[in-house]
Write a protein that binds this ligand. Structure first.
Ligand code: SF4
Ligand code: MG
Length: 326
């Protein structure tokens, strides 16, 4: 598979009243054509900032301080606002957690989908309408003609998310970034939406970058997983290896706090403590205050992300020492 997106040593900072905050601190990964990757971690770990950096949407207070984002070999950090606008929605599309905030309540669903098709593909009004209704049908919306002329607030949360997916995929993007796309939905609808995304991206050969705090969502859906903690990647491997032999204590903590589908009565553990704010970053390993395996060395020296076996990268001294403690 050829590489679609390559993020190299990305550093995204934000200016705040309390100084400059490095929200993303040296993140690297790549996505191949047709591949689905997940970026996992609690909120505040830099997942969304990573995706907004790719989309060129970090806003006026944010800036990409270093690194590159190569999309089909083109460095997105070097593009003008105008060039980025052209790319967004067309080659890279994004869906968010709460579709109501991304859909305009004043316009009908049809109006919004066909507008995006006309804008990006130069289709006529009639062509855009036909394509919109077809997309609504493909995302499993019953009576798509009726939904086409409805306003978003009349639809259920699940239906709105289907509309967002229809809108995102209507321009045949090469990459779909989905930031917590199912978090606001109930479990049955979540499963349907994920299944739908998986099927559609297969049909359209779209790569997916799925951002989630929920490892349960990841298992069925993705090829590769990147676990982020406090602005850095702490583990990076294929999904099977992540579930069968996680190597970072944070990943292990996330797995222990994820309900398994068939074990309803199991006791779920939680990771004690909270993600540190960049202003109060612990010395040494950033996970050290919450880590049950922390050693003396972890308090003073920050571990690097190292490849421990082919394609499996981990940022933890335990693996450096050759110990298999978890
Ligand atoms: Fe825990 Fe130390 Fe590994 Fe950090 S480096 S995750 S503190 S064992
Ligand atoms: Mg987020």
């Amino acid at each position: 598979m050829t590489t679609l997106l390559e993020v190299k040593d990305l550093q995204t900072h934000f200016k705040t009243e309390n100084g400059v905050i490095p929200s993303v601190d040296g993140v690297s990964f790549s996505i191949k054509k047709g591949e689905t990757i997940a970026v996992v971690g609690e909120s505040g770990c830099g997942k969304s900032v990573t995706s907004l950096s790719i989309m060129g949407l970090i806003g006026a207070t944010g800036s990409i301080e270093a690194g590159s984002i190569l999309f089909e070999g083109k460095d997105l950090t070097k593009l003008s606002k105008k060039e980025m606008r052209k790319l967004r929605g067309n080659e890279i599309a994004m869906i968010f957690q709460e579709p109501l905030t991304s859909l305009n309540p004043l316009f009908t669903v049809g109006n919004q989908i066909s507008e995006s098709i006309r804008l990006h593909q130069g289709a006529s009004k009639q062509e855009a309408k036909i394509k919109s209704i077809d997309m609504l049908r493909r995302v499993g919306i019953p009576r798509p003609e009726k939904v086409y002329s409805s306003h978003p607030h009349l639809l259920s949360g699940g239906m709105r998310q289907r509309v967002m997916i229809a809108m995102a995929l209507s321009c045949n993007p090469k990459l779909l970034i989905a930031d917590e796309p199912t978090t606001a939905l109930d479990v049955t609808i979540q499963a349907q939406i994920l299944e739908l995304m998986k099927g559609l991206t297969r049909d359209f050969d779209t790569s997916i970058m799925l951002i989630t705090h929920d490892l349960g969502v990841v298992a069925e859906m993705v090829d590769t997983v990147i676990v982020m903690y406090a602005g850095q990647v702490v583990e990076h491997t294929d999904v099977f290896t992540l579930f069968s032999s996680p190597k970072h204590p944070y990943t292990k903590g996330l797995l222990d706090s994820t309900p398994k589908i068939h074990e309803r009565n199991e006791e779920l553990l939680t990771i004690e403590g909270t993600v540190p704010t960049p202003a109060a970053m612990p010395k040494g390993c950033r996970f050290q205050p919450r880590c049950p395996y922390a050693m003396e060395k972890c308090m003073h020296e920050a571990p690097l992300l190292e490849e421990t076996s082919a394609g499996h990268k981990v940022r933890c001294w335990l693996n450096e020492e050759g110990e298999v403690a978890i």
